[in-house]
Design a binder for this molecule. Structure first.
Ligand SMILES: Cc1cc2nc3c(=O)[nH]c(=O)nc-3n(C[C@H](O)[C@H](O)[C@H](O)COP(=O)(O)O)c2cc1C
Length: 161
C-alpha cells in the first residue's frame, strides 16, 4: 500500500470512473453559478438523497453555501465543451448551452443525460472540500449516452459485447 499523502493518490483515485456533472445554483443577487464536478454520487433512495463536494477555495463556495437549492446536470457525450467551459474561470459560463430555472431557480440544462433538482439538506466541511447533501425534489432522465471521466481524461461509454 502506498502512503496516501503521495501525489499518486490523485491518480489512484482517478481509476474510479465517473460521469460528469454541471452543478448549479443562484447566488444572493440572483446570478447563475455553476461548475463541472465529478464528485457527485447517489446516497439514498428513500429518502432520495445525493451528494457532491466543492473545493473550499472555490469562488463559487459562498453561493452554494447560501443557496437553498442546487441542480445536478449529468452531461451527455455531446456536451463535452460545456464540461470544459464550466471547469474554467470564464466569466460568462452560462452563455453556452440552453438553460431554464428549476427548483429554487437553480439552472437546468437542456440536453443533459439526467437532471436532479435538489433542496440542500446538509453541508459540512470535509478536509479541503465542503460536502453538500441534497434531497431530490424533481428529476428527469433523457437516457442519452453519458460523458465519462477516467484517469484524468474524457471517454465515451463502451459496452461489453
Ligand atoms: C472532470 C472534472 C471534475 C471536477 N470535479 C470537481 C468537483 O467535484 N468539485 C470541485 O470543487 N471542483 C471540481 N472540478 C474543478 C472545477 O470544475 C473548477 O475548479 C472550476 O473552475 C470551478 O469553478 P469556480 O472557479 O467558479 O469555482 C472538476 C474539474 C473537472 C475538469
Amino acid at each position: 500500500m502506498s502512503d496516501p499523502s503521495l501525489p499518486t493518490l490523485r491518480s489512484a483515485l482517478g481509476r474510479f470512473t465517473t460521469g460528469i456533472t454541471l452543478i448549479t445554483c443562484i447566488d444572493a443577487q440572483g446570478q447563475r453559478v455553476g461548475l463541472t464536478a465529478n464528485s457527485f454520487n447517489a446516497l439514498s433512495l428513500d429518502p432520495p438523497l445525493v451528494l457532491w463536494s466543492l473545493r473550499q477555495a472555490s469562488p463559487s463556495l459562498a453561493a452554494f453555501a447560501a443557496a437553498s437549492h442546487f441542480a445536478v446536470n449529468v452531461l451527455s457525450e455531446a456536451q463535452i465543451e460545456l464540461s470544459r467551459r464550466f471547469a474554467s474561470s470564464v466569466p460568462d459560463k452560462f452563455s453556452a448551452g440552453a438553460w431554464n430555472p428549476g427548483h429554487g431557480s437553480a439552472p437546468v440544462l437542456t440536453g443533459a443525460a439526467a437532471v436532479f433538482e435538489c433542496e440542500r439538506v446538509s453541508q459540512q466541511e470535509a478536509g479541503d472540500h465542503v460536502l453538500f447533501i441534497g434531497r431530490v425534489l424533481r428529476f428527469s432522465d433523457a437516457a442519452l449516452p453519458p460523458l465519462v471521466f477516467h484517469a484524468g481524461r474524457y471517454h465515451l461509454l463502451g459496452e461489453i459485447l
